[in-house]
Design a protein around this ligand. Structure first.
Ligand code: NAD
Length: 327
């Protein structure tokens, strides 16, 4: 298939683009580079720099190349920032996705895989299934939910076949590709920046949550496993016109447990400082990904937290400045 990967210069999109190429697909990456890196785009992919808001750029792209499907990663991703600047998030994530979906449908592209998030759910102290109540705690989660709703209307009205994949916390690294968000707000890379001496300490936002050690609990899923689910979902769209699936490991780790695991992996002390809670953080988000396992035959391989952190540490150790030195 010829596949369009928006946001393919970012963390998850670049790993998916790489796996698609390895599986024999043709890949075009479309990314504005506002947050991503040209060096992250696999060499076998065609790269087009552009904005998902730019209807004429998308028209030109889809007229020039016939795409069999779109994997849509391009978005702003920081929950905390979305609570301070919601307009930027609704504009980029919702309006941008609508332009992309409209153009795709106009060009007869009928397969669409969308990066949704666990942030669409309300916090729960048990693994979340897709049937659990939807109640985003932050504007970022709301933007993803709105795009899911838009996709549902295009499925009903225009025959679009789509998969909304609700990722829990993507992490880890593959050889040559790792997490380098700008700015970095994710726990594992932040802890590893302390290990590299780039930060004096890691901050724990909230130590008074209703969890065993008072810190937030999340489900960490390795980016290679996450990427694999995209290839399976893309293929499954032939049998299933509409897939809404959680992607996680089903194991929850607290912020303190992640920091402790990173200390063990790196052998370093890694100071941590407690701070007040941040607006928009749910206490506990852990996946029940049974539906993805059943429907896709998906089987995450790198599920041990230490192994996940070790893969991230290998990338950060060997790329202390992320992609910057390489680009
Ligand atoms: N990282 C996670 O843990 C996580 C969890 C749940 C969902 N997601 C979703 O997965 C997707 C990828 O996340 P990531 O961690 O790889 O983020 P990322 O920031 O590394 O990648 C996003 C990419 O999209 C590009 N982009 C953003 N806005 C754009 C626009 N208007 N036009 C063109 N390109 C644009 C950026 O330049 C960047 O390369 C996002 O949609 C995110 O919401 C991520």
């Amino acid at each position: 298939m010829h596949l369009l990967v928006t946001g393919g210069a970012g963390f998850i999109g670049s790993v998916v683009a790489d796996q698609l190429l390895q599986a024999g697909h043709r890949v075009t990456v479309f990314d504005s580079l506002i947050k991503g890196y040209r060096a992250a785009v696999p060499s076998g992919a065609t790269f087009v720099r552009g904005e998902i808001h730019d209807r004429s750029a998308l028209e030109a792209l889809m007229t020039a190349g016939k795409f069999d499907g779109i994997l849509h990663f391009a978005a702003f991703i920081e929950a905390g920032e979305s609570m301070r600047e919601p307009g930027r998030y609704f504009q980029n994530n919702v309006a941008g996705s609508l332009t992309l979906i409209e153009t795709a449908v106009a060009h007869g592209i009928s397969r669409f895989v969308f990066s949704s998030t666990a942030a669409v759910y309300a916090s729960k102290d048990a693994p979340l299934t897709e049937a659990d109540p939807i109640a985003p705690a932050n504007a970022y989660g709301a933007t993803k939910l709105m795009v899911e709703q838009i996709l549902d209307w295009y499925a009903r009205l225009k025959g679009l076949r789509y998969a909304a994949l609700r990722y829990f916390n993507a992490c880890g690294a593959t050889p040559g590709r790792g997490e380098a968000h700008r700015p970095e707000t994710h726990l594992i890379p932040l802890v590893l920046q302390v290990a590299l001496g780039q930060r004096s300490h890691v901050e724990i936002f909230g130590a008074d949550y209703p969890t065993p050690d008072g810190t937030c609990i999340r489900d960490y899923i390795h980016v290679a496993d996450l990427a694999q689910a995209h290839l399976l979902a893309l293929a499954a769209l032939d049998q299933h016109p509409r897939l809404i699936l959680n992607l996680g490991n089903g194991a929850g780790y607290s912020v303190r447990q992640v920091i402790e695991a990173a200390r063990q992996v790196t052998g370093l002390r890694l100071p941590a400082v407690e701070k007040p809670r941040r607006p928009g953080d749910a206490a506990i988000l852990v996946a029940d990904a049974g539906a993805a396992r059943r429907l896709l035959g998906w089987q995450p391989r790198i599920t041990d937290l230490h192994e996940i952190i070790a893969s991230a540490w290998e990338w950060h150790r060997t790329h202390p400045h992320g992609y910057v030195a390489a680009s």
